[in-house]
Design a protein around this ligand. Sequence first.
Ligand code: CO
Length: 132
Amino acid sequence: MSISIHHIAIAVHDLEAALAFYRDALGLEVTRRREVPEEGVEIAFLPAGEGEIELLRPLDPEGSVARFLEKRGEGLHHICLRVDNIDAAMERLRAAGATLLSPEPRVGADGTRYVFIHPKSAHGVLLELYEK
Ligand code: CO
């Protein structure tokens, strides 16, 4: 099984202000930007070598990203690892006692299957698994 870092997600209050830093000052390019109403966020992806930076802005003031910002302010929100078989990875994690945030993988607009793992299981970091 191969695992690689797919993206590192940063929660921000204002996407334009964050792009002024990550795109304009740092020089990364935005390749995808869209609203994901089912997750209550707007996201922008900026590839950096083999991985990407994902900027996350809450759309829903009651959603989990809005609550995260309220509690901790802007910063690292989650790390996403790409796996080749998400079902096998989930089975293995469950067998090891890890807490998954959904019983089945969710499916993104682009067909990506993904699941989140509770930070308590991952030593303080929210982890996302992606299968493409
Ligand atoms: Co993500």
